[in-house]
Design a protein around this ligand. Structure first.
Ligand code: SF4
Length: 296
């Protein structure tokens, strides 16, 4: 049976087993978000943080955890939740304002009919997500600029980072993912992903326990991206076979050895001689290479 702890319901009594589970989950998420913020210098003193709230479990969790961390943070920053109402048919426009008012959170709702644009331009049956995301990003960046937000916080989590890494590898032949912090191409915005260390399963359990009023992202009727679905299936199978594998992959994204890859733009292989540069001393016999050689 799932543990459901509605937002306005007091925490269960001390001996209720639900209390421990929800507290442990919240504690882990706060710890992971705090660590990501510190590791990547995501939030500085005086920042105006715009938290993009779509109505999905990830962005609700992000907002909730940031609100909990804010009063205890060593730096002062403000939080404003921003939702883009894309005018999808059946979008329950009252849900987010009602929720945000009940939490006493400062918020803005942007109304922009990107749905009509996307459904006019993309042929029926094709996935609309890529254009939809581009238009959404444009609208959110524009809003951030107009209102002087210094950071744009998105709800992508550890599993999104890993899936994007494989999508790039499998379908674009490049090693690169979704960074926890980035500057937009025009240099005008800094985007942060404070859930970068958080597992999707934890976020899903937390969102359920907190009974966030989730708005499904299927109102648009878009087909799920086939490539992403394929990668997700692969990762799920790996995780079932070897629990903890996604976490290991995620950790590897922060432990990169350019001298043990094959990109001359990243590492000056041509300059390698017999001198004692640190890279030359490391013979590259990493654990994986050891294993490969043993198995050969
Ligand atoms: S599922 Fe729909 S709303 Fe969500 S990104 Fe794709 S097209 Fe946009």
């Amino acid at each position: 049976m799932s543990t459901v702890l509605p937002l306005h319901e007091p925490l269960p009594r001390a001996r209720d087993p639900r209390r421990g589970a929800v507290h442990a989950l919240g504690k882990r998420l706060r710890h992971q978000v705090g660590r990501a913020i510190a590791d990547f210098g995501m939030i500085e003193d005086g920042d105006k943080v715009m938290v993009c709230l779509s109505g999905g479990k990830d962005s609700y969790t992000l907002l909730d955890i940031l609100l909990q961390l804010q009063p205890k943070a060593p730096v002062a920053f403000s939080i404003t939740a921003v939702n883009l109402d894309q005018k999808q048919p059946g979008f329950p426009a009252h849900v987010l304002p009602d929720y945000l008012k009940s939490r006493g959170v400062d918020f803005h709702i942007i109304e922009q009919d990107t749905y009509s644009v996307v459904s006019r331009v993309i042929p029926e049956g094709k996935t609309m997500c890529s254009l939809c995301s581009r238009l959404r990003r444009g609208a959110l960046y524009h809003h951030a600029q107009q209102h002087g937000f210094t950071k744009i916080a998105l709800g992508h989590h550890r599993d999104d980072l890993v899936a994007t890494f494989f999508l790039n590898m499998f379908f674009h032949a490049k090693l690169g993912g979704m960074p926890p912090k980035l500057r937009s191409d025009d240099g005008q915005h800094v985007v942060i992903r404070p859930l970068a260390y958080a597992a999707e399963a934890d976020i899903a359990a937390y969102a359920q326990a907190r009974a966030f009023p989730i708005i499904p992202c299927t109102l648009c009727g878009s087909q799920e991206n086939l490539q992403r679905k394929q990668v997700q299936k692969m990762l799920d199978a790996w995780e079932r076979e070897t629990p903890g594998r996604i976490e290991t992959i995620a950790r590897s994204l922060g432990n990169v050895r350019p001298s043990q890859l094959s990109d001359p733009a990243l590492f000056d292989f041509a300059a390698l001689g017999t001198g004692a540069s640190p890279a030359a001393v490391d013979d590259g016999l990493s654990d994986a290479q050891d294993t490969a050689m043993r198995e050969a």
